[in-house]
Design a protein around this ligand. Structure first.
Ligand code: ADP
Ligand code: MG
Length: 347
């Protein structure tokens, strides 16, 4: 992909950091952003995740100096947005999807932006090419689809060949091809050493794109973690079991020292990857099983639980959120079947 012009790769430092410190925004009584502190780093995609109304767009507007913080601070490469010389070379942003009603062509829209920011006109063709709008460059933007509008917004964000790209819910309303394209673009930008900060209200979207995850709920920071760690901590594996001989199976599992939880509707759950072991135990005791299926808790559930707890925390004013049942620990280096085998013989 040609991102040309200043040739980002030749710069000593391509990326730049966004640093938030105690960032807070109140609208009257409403606290939209509540004491947020985190850092967005170069060379990776940082996902900014939170349910609708969590404060993502407000935070992003404060990064750009479009909204004034009530308290706290946000800096780009150590400076406020207003203090940046040639701001479009530092940060390019796509804010919320908007309808294009201009009588201008895509080319002229970008040309005006380039000229008013001291960016060479030749750059306009480059970004139109990058976002795949060259063929419609002379068409008026008011006829653009939502997807074309998003591409034009991204072309504008790329115009200054910026060190930081910030996209607010860029996949909203796009078709699968457009979503795929934006994901790949963000990955390319990050691999060039740029800082990519992207918001979404969908865990599934973040899981596919982000290397690092910042989660907020009701304006507050709930998690600031690598995606890999978030997945490892939150995608619990377990076995789902249904049997017409519930009491016998419970006895057998208890006899083998296995913790089992009742999940309602007659469904039993055993933590870990133990479907083979449970099946063999049931066979030995001639217990009929109607279902024995390995499961993995979805990240979506983990996200909902995380944000629900923040709501509960506020509602109960100072009480700790409900404890999550402890995961069953597997002794290291012991394949589950062997461990089970010895338990059955004792039972
Ligand atoms: P998100 O982008 O995560 O969906 P927003 O930043 O848009 O969340 O909004 C956060 C909260 O602040 C919401 O409750 C929203 O209603 C409120 N809010 C946002 N902008 C304004 C405004 N200009 N005036 C009053 N309330 C606002
Ligand atoms: Mg928003």
């Amino acid at each position: 992909m040609s991102l040309g012009w200043q040739r980002a790769s030749s710069r000593s430092s391509v990326g730049a950091m966004i640093e938030l410190e105690g960032l807070t925004k109140r609208y009257g009584e409403k606290v939209a952003v509540n004491n947020l502190s985190f850092t967005v780093r170069p060379g990776i995609i940082t996902g900014f995740l939170g349910p609708n109304g969590a404060g993502k767009s407000t935070t992003m507007r404060m990064v750009l100096g479009l909204d004034r913080p009530t308290a706290g601070d946000v800096r780009i490469d150590g400076r406020h947005y207003d203090e940046l010389k040639d701001p479009l070379t530092y940060i390019g942003a796509l804010l919320e999807a908007k309808a294009w009603h201009g009588g201008r062509s895509a080319y002229n829209h970008l040309l005006c932006l380039a000229q008013s920011n001291g960016i060479p006109a030749s750059r306009v063709r480059e970004v139109l090419d990058t976002v795949g709008l060259s063929a419609v460059a002379r068409k008026k933007t008011k006829g653009f689809s939502l997807g074309m509008g998003q591409r034009l917004g991204i072309a504008a964000a790329l115009l200054g060949d910026p060190r930081i790209l910030m996209f607010d819910e860029p996949v909203n309303g796009l078709d699968p091809e457009g979503i795929h394209w934006i994901r790949n673009l963000m990955k390319t930008l990050a691999s060039q050493g740029r800082t990519v900060f992207v918001s979404s209200h969908l865990m599934s979207e973040m899981a596919l794109t982000a290397d690092h995850l910042v989660v907020i709920g009701q304006g507050r920071l709930l998690a600031d973690t690598s995606m890999a760690q978030f997945i490892a901590e939150n995608s619990r594996s377990y076995v789902r079991i249904r049997t017409p001989q519930r009491e016998q199976l419970l006895d057998a599992l208890h006899g083998a020292g296995v913790a089992v939880a009742e999940a309602g509707d007659g469904v039993l759950e055993v933590d870990g990857d133990k479907s083979e072991a449970v099946g063999e135990l049931a066979a030995r005791q001639q217990i009929v099983l109607h279902e024995l299926s390995p499961q993995r808790a979805s990240l979506e559930e983990a996200f909902m639980q995380l944000t629900a707890e923040s709501v509960e925390y506020h509602a109960h004013d100072g009480q700790q959120p409900g404890a999550v049942p402890p995961q069953q620990q597997q002794p290291p280096g012991q394949p589950p079947r062997q461990q089970w085998g010895s338990d059955w013989k004792r039972g």
